[in-house]
Write a protein that binds this ligand. Structure first.
Ligand code: NAD
Length: 250
């Protein structure tokens, strides 16, 4: 098992890619804490993991609040004794160009997608120091590497922030054995994508621009996150793993 005896915290673990990572990590031997605002859904994922013979807990978390992060990580460490892995996965999306984006929307996207990653990293590092290292995986997006003429500039900016923040955090903590990497998914088959594809023609436009010509599946991202979380990636820090069906290669 690739994560045997490790403890992993996954934000936004109640559905979508975070839930897929939770299930996969538990199968690979990790004890998993899923942090999310969606308590009911999160508890269902935890029940599935336990039903499949894994170990998991649900923890209420608002990633935009430092106090919430402190409580969530403390609860995880109280329950499982340590913290080896943090996946900063929680995120929200938006629509509309520069002129359609309100100040409120900009702040909300930045609070969850960018500040949420910073706060999770800040609260996790002291726990990882106690055990001599760890792995932090920040979920950015293909939209954190390239611009978009149809997507939300606020979303782009928040995911770009995650990309550069990841490199700086990696450099700061490399000597402590704390690895920090980002993952950049393309269009992945999750509730967020369905919500973002409500506008007519948006899905066909995005998929037609994706060289592989289809949505990715949550497990196709989770395998990459699993690799970065595991000791197999022991010499990888500050890197950006692109899992996007070829989108940013164009
Ligand atoms: P999703 O909406 O299906 O799941 C996201 C989860 O995050 C939800 O359970 C939600 O409740 C939780 N969340 C939102 N705000 C939160 C907050 N303030 N505190 C705690 N939890 C919160 O989304 P997904 O598609 O699984 O996306 C996961 C990550 O991948 C996000 O960061 C997203 O931006 C990124 N991403 C998604 C795609 C895609 O096509 N689906 C592509 C690239 C990147």
């Amino acid at each position: 098992m690739r994560l045997k005896d490790k403890v992993a915290f996954i934000s936004g673990g109640a559905r979508g890619m975070g839930a897929a990572e939770g299930r996969m990590f538990a199968k690979e031997g990790a004890k998993v804490a899923l942090g999310d605002l969606r308590e009911e859904l999160g508890k269902e994922v935890v029940a599935q993991i336990i039903g499949d013979g894994g170990e998991a807990i649900f923890v209420t978390l608002d990633v935009a609040s430092e106090e919430s992060w402190r409580k969530a990580i403390a609860e995880t460490v109280n329950r499982f004794g340590r913290l080896d892995i943090l996946v900063n996965n929680a995120g929200i999306t938006a629509s509309g160009g520069v002129l359609e984006t309100s100040e409120e929307t900009w702040d909300q996207i930045m609070d969850v997608n960018a500040k949420g990653v910073f706060l999770g990293t800040k609260v996790a590092i002291p726990e990882m120091r106690k055990i001599g290292g760890g792995s932090i995986i920040n979920i950015s997006s293909q939209m954190g590497l390239v611009g978009s003429d149809t997507g939300s500039p606020a979303y782009n900016a928040s995911k770009g922030a995650v990309h550069i923040f990841t490199m700086s955090a990696a450099l700061r903590h490399a000597k402590e054995g704390i690895r920090v990497n980002s993952v950049h998914p393309g269009p992945i088959n999750t509730p967020m994508l369905d919500e973002g594809f409500v506008a007519p023609d948006r899905e066909s436009m995005v998929i037609s621009r994706t060289p592989m010509g289809r949505r990715g599946e949550p497990d196709e991202v989770a395998y990459g996150v699993l690799f970065l979380a595991s000791d197999e990636a022991s010499y990888i820090t500050g890197s950006a793993l692109v899992i996007d069906g070829g989108y940013v290669a164009q």
